[in-house]
Design a protein around this ligand. Structure first.
Ligand SMILES: Cc1cc2nc3c(=O)[nH]c(=O)nc-3n(C[C@H](O)[C@H](O)[C@H](O)COP(=O)(O)O)c2cc1C
Length: 213
């Protein structure tokens, strides 16, 4: 039985482009995996505290030596990491905020990037521990940041997420980007705007099915 971890991080809910596209991915995925399980993690509905000195100390204390209080401090992190471990595939909706990822997604990354759990330091340097996973990132940006454009170097979303996830072992990552969503605020028809992006999401989901067959 396959498991999909579905993460959203846009605060805009019904107006969100990334949420609509991850929902389309999930629908397609469920059709292809009738016995599959979907874990939904809405980062805008999850209270994730910023890490502090006590959290760091707890994370770097060997598990057997942790106090009950330290275990409690790490319990959210443990649950979020368990979701990543249980899933075979991830679909992650990402709105661009100030040229980077939204703060709730960064708070989540700080909770799940943990030495000894999702990466380790060995003699040959760091090693990612999330092995055999496939990630699809669905990014929505108000402007357009295509390669070769003047704005490309302002896009810190894709390079950052590629680096962090490959550090954690997730090297199979696909980025589907809906660029230029600002036109939706200027009267452009939403369905017409979304149609090619919905098609790209569905095609990607189908290609993956083909790879499995
Ligand atoms: C707080 C905030 C910051 C934003 N910063 C940027 C930005 O730096 N560059 C950009 O192109 N669009 C920016 N936008 C526009 C969003 O990327 C755009 O609305 C996108 O559709 C967000 O994804 P969503 O529709 O899933 O929420 C910003 C929007 C918000 C709300």
């Amino acid at each position: 039985m396959s498991t999909l971890l579905h993460i959203d991080s846009s605060p805009l809910y019904g107006r969100s482009v990334s949420r609509e596209l991850t929902a389309a991915f999930v629908t397609q995925w469920k059709a292809a995996h009738p016995d599959g399980r979907v874990i939904d993690r809405d980062l805008n509905a999850t209270a994730i505290p910023p890490i502090n000195a006590e959290w760091v100390a707890a994370a770097y204390t060997p598990e057997q030596a942790r106090t009950p209080q330290q275990k409690k401090l790490l319990s959210l992190s443990d649950s979020l990491i368990a979701e990543l471990e249980q899933a075979d595939e991830y679909v992650i909706g990402v709105p661009m905020h100030n040229f980077g990822v939204p703060s709730v997604l960064k708070l989540w990354i700080d909770q799940i990037a943990r030495a000894g759990r999702t990466f380790s330091y060995g003699e040959r340097g760091p090693k990612g521990l999330l092995i055999g996973k496939k990630a699809t990132f669905i990014v929505a940006t108000g402007g357009i940041y295509d390669a070769q454009t003047q704005m490309a170097s302002f896009n810190f979303v894709e390079p950052y997420l590629r680096s962090v996830f490959s550090f954690l072992g997730v090297t199979d990552a696909t980025f589907l980007t809906a660029g230029g969503t600002a036109v939706l605020n200027q009267g452009r028809d939403r369905n017409a705007f979304l149609a090619p992006h919905l098609q790209a999401v569905q095609m990607h989901a189908q290609t993956f099915q083909g790879e499995l067959a």
